[in-house]
Structures are given as structure tokens and as C-alpha cells.
Design a protein around this ligand. Structure first.
Ligand SMILES: C/C(=C\CNc1ncnc2c1ncn2[C@@H]1O[C@H](COP(=O)(O)O)[C@@H](O)[C@H]1O)CO
Length: 279
């Protein structure tokens, strides 16, 4: 038995157009857009629908672009939400914020506690521009007191766009999952050519060393990344060198100065040898 195709103009099949959509059968029996707009029953439900979310997402981009368009030179700095004043990582963050501010470079952080606070604090101390891009979380922490220009986001992806679009490079302090997410997103954007000339400097060789070792010994040796991908990141141990490297990278000076991730090919060899000796 063959099944005949229904005729396009079969009037027994409910059908109608809704903007660009062609709707048939059950799809066509839902109300029109105007009916939904004017209907007061269940008012408030609409804010949980995807079209409404699209508007909110759009407004986050509009707000972000509007607030940051005239920021000038800026560096985004990531790092743990859990470090405390007095710890090495926190104090490193303060110093990096201060040094960038003194170079006339704005800092952009996640606006939260820990190393984010440290960097914002340093920027204020250095009389610079201190930006925080907050994120709505179930455990709300609010902006740290050293954020001078704060924008709160509902959506991670809109916020991430701002970190990249308005910064000329990234500095990454030790951190957890949030920091790793931000680091790897940046690396993928550079690897895939979505952003160019974008230096990424990791601070803390003891902290980052094992990750770099894994990238080399597992990802590279199993052919999951190319040797050039390892050049996407640099590692250093001082605030001065981190700021020097990220600003040199912004100015396109990276290649003259750098032979490998550890500043020079020799330094990198030495680090690898030390690691092989069972550090
Ligand atoms: C967990 C705590 C506070 C959370 N508040 C945050 N506010 C703003 N941005 C945040 C927050 N937590 C994480 N981030 C982002 O991720 C990075 C740090 O995450 P990690 O997992 O601590 O490494 C950071 O760069 C932010 O952009 C306080 O207990």
C-alpha cells in the first residue's frame, strides 16, 4: 500500500503563517503572537520563555558594549575567588593591578572576591581604571569594594565576550574551575584565530607547571595539539614580568623576547630537565 502525499492546499489540515514560520496541524492551533501579547491570563509567565531570554541576552550585550566601548587599553585578569589578603597569590594580584594601572592600562576582573578583589584593589591603589564583570550566581557575593565600574551579567557567555572584546591580553593567576574555564576559552579563541595578537600570561610556575607538563607530555605527544599551540601561553613568577610580558605581547614584541613558554628556549629546557628529575 502506498501513502499519498497530502496536497499543499488541503483545507482539512489546519495551517497558518506566523511571521517567517509556516505552521500546520497542532502547531497551527496555538494562538497568534498578538493574542499572546494582549492576553492578561498567566501574565508574567512570558519572562521565562526563550524569546524573552533572547531579549535579555541582547540587552546584556548592549549594556556591556555601551559601558566598555571607551575603556581604552585594558587587560583581563583571572584568578581564584578564594584567596585572602596576605596570601602570596592575593598580594601578587594587588601588585599586577597596581603595575597595570601605572602603565595607564585598565584592569577587567570578574568583580568578585579573592584574586579578583586583589587586582581591582591594586588598580585603585595605582589610580587606574578598575572594572568588574560580575556574574549572577546562586551564592551571590556582589562586587568587591574596589570595583569602580561594575556590570552584572546573568549569562556567562555574554560576560565572557566582554572579557575578550575589551581586553588586549589576559593575565591568569592561580585558580580553580572558573579560572581554568576562562583560560582555556581564551586559548581556543587564539588557537582558532578568532582573536589575534592576544598574549596570555600565567603567573606561578609551581602552580601551572603540572598543567603545562600534561599539555606537553599527553596532549602534544598524543597529537591532540600542535607544537605551536604551546606558544599560546607564557608562564612567569613575578608581577613585574607578567605585566612586562602581557604589554610586550600587546605591542607585538613577544616573538623577539620569547623562545618558549618559560621566557627562553634555555629556560624552558632547564625547567623540563628539573621536572624530569622528579621535582
Ligand atoms: C565562590 C566565591 C565567590 C563567587 N563569586 C564570583 N564572582 C565573580 N566571578 C567569579 C566568582 N566565582 C568565580 N568567578 C569567575 O571565575 C574565576 C574564579 O573562579 P575559581 O573557580 O575560583 O577559579 C574568576 O576569574 C571569575 O571570573 C567565594 O567563595
Amino acid at each position: 500500500m502506498t501513502t499519498e502525499s497530502p496536497r499543499r492546499d488541503d483545507r482539512s489540515v489546519p495551517s497558518r503563517r506566523k511571521g517567517p514560520l509556516e505552521l500546520r496541524r497542532r502547531q497551527a492551533l496555538q494562538g497568534t503572537s498578538d493574542q499572546h501579547l494582549l492576553d492578561t491570563h498567566g501574565a508574567g509567565r512570558f519572562v521565562h520563555t526563550d524569546p524573552w531570554r533572547v531579549m535579555r541576552i541582547q540587552s546584556e550585550f548592549v549594556e556591556g558594549f555601551g559601558a566598555l566601548a571607551e575603556l581604552g587599553p585594558a587587560i583581563s585578569i583571572f584568578g581564584s575567588a578564594r584567596t585572602h589578603p596576605g596570601s602570596d597569590y592575593y598580594e601578587m594580584g594587588v601588585e599586577i593591578g597596581r603595575l597595570l594601572a601605572r602603565e595607564g592600562v585598565a584592569v577587567i576582573t570578574g568583580g568578585g572576591p579573592g584574586s579578583m578583589e586583589a587586582v581591582n584593589r591594586g588598580a585603585v591603589d595605582g589610580s587606574g581604571t578598575s572594572v568588574g564583570l560580575g556574574i549572577e550566581l546562586p551564592f551571590e557575593t556582589g562586587f568587591n569594594p574596589w570595583v569602580d565600574l561594575g556590570i552584572n551579567f546573568r549569562y556567562f557567555f555574554a560576560r565572557k565576550t566582554m572579557f575578550v572584546k575589551y581586553a588586549h591580553g589576559f593575565v591568569v593567576l592561580p585558580g580553580g574551575l572558573g579560572t581554568l574555564d576562562e583560560l582555556f576559552e581564551a586559548m581556543v579563541l587564539v588557537q582558532t584565530g578568532k582573536v589575534t595578537s592576544f598574549p596570555i600570561v600565567l603567573v606561578g610556575s609551581r602552580f601551572w607547571g603540572p598543567l603545562i607538563g600534561w599539555l606537553k607530555e599527553t596532549l602534544l605527544s598524543e597529537g591532540m595539539i600542535s607544537p605551536e599551540d604551546l606558544d599560546l601561553i607564557q608562564v612567569t613568577d613575578t608581577a613585574e614580568d607578567a605585566v612586562y610580558r602581557v604589554l610586550a605581547g600587546v605591542r607585538g614584541e613577544t616573538e623577539e623576547r620569547r623562545g618558549g613558554m618559560y621566557g627562553s628556549a634555555e629556560e624552558e629546557e632547564a625547567w623540563l630537565a628539573e621536572k624530569a628529575d622528579g621535582e
